[in-house]
Write a protein that binds this ligand. Structure first.
Ligand code: ZN
Length: 160
């Protein structure tokens, strides 16, 4: 599954990328026809908060998901229910939350100059975005993501 999410879903696109999904974020200025063309061309699924956009997409037989929940945990629960998204959080299978590029594990000595010394000392594993070069490690940010994903699993699990 690949996604193309509405401009207001910046946070969701970051989470989907961390979960390993190829996810583009629609820009505020992209017109609907261009958006739909790209979605069809790349066989993506639209995620939107707009009922109007959702209906337009369905009319053209484009896969779309309408979300009216608030908060990332509730939104991910909804996606788990509707399309059974993967909830495994593994940096070896993640994408860059900034640019959607693929992450590759990198020898820590190669990125020594690119992270601060505390981070360098404290962590052994690092990943680098193939597209924008951003460096990732399982620090506080990752812990926060894992916590939220755990909440999603709990809330969905309780319904079964
Ligand atoms: Zn990147």
């Amino acid at each position: 599954m690949k996604f193309y999410v509405d401009a207001m879903f910046g946070n969701l696109s970051r989470f989907l990328r961390v979960l390993g999904y190829d996810c583009l974020l629609r820009s505020n200025t992209q017109n609907t026809d261009d958006y739909f063309c790209k979605v069809i061309e790349e066989n993506r699924i639209i995620i939107t908060r707009s009922r109007v956009l959702y209906n337009q997409a369905r009319k053209r037989d484009i896969k779309a998901i309408f979300i009216n929940k608030e908060g990332i945990v509730n939104i991910l629960c909804e996606l788990k229910r509707k399309i059974n998204i993967n909830l495994t959080c593994d940096p070896n299978n993640s994408r860059c939350s900034d640019c959607n590029g693929l992450l590759v594990k990198t020898d820590k000595n190669l990125i020594k100059k690119e992270v601060n010394s505390g981070t360098f000392e404290h962590f052994e594993e690092f990943w680098k975005c193939k597209s924008c070069g951003k460096i990732y490690w399982e620090g506080a940010h990752w812990a926060d993501i894992r916590r939220k994903i755990k909440q999603v699993k709990e809330c969905v699990g309780n319904e079964n």
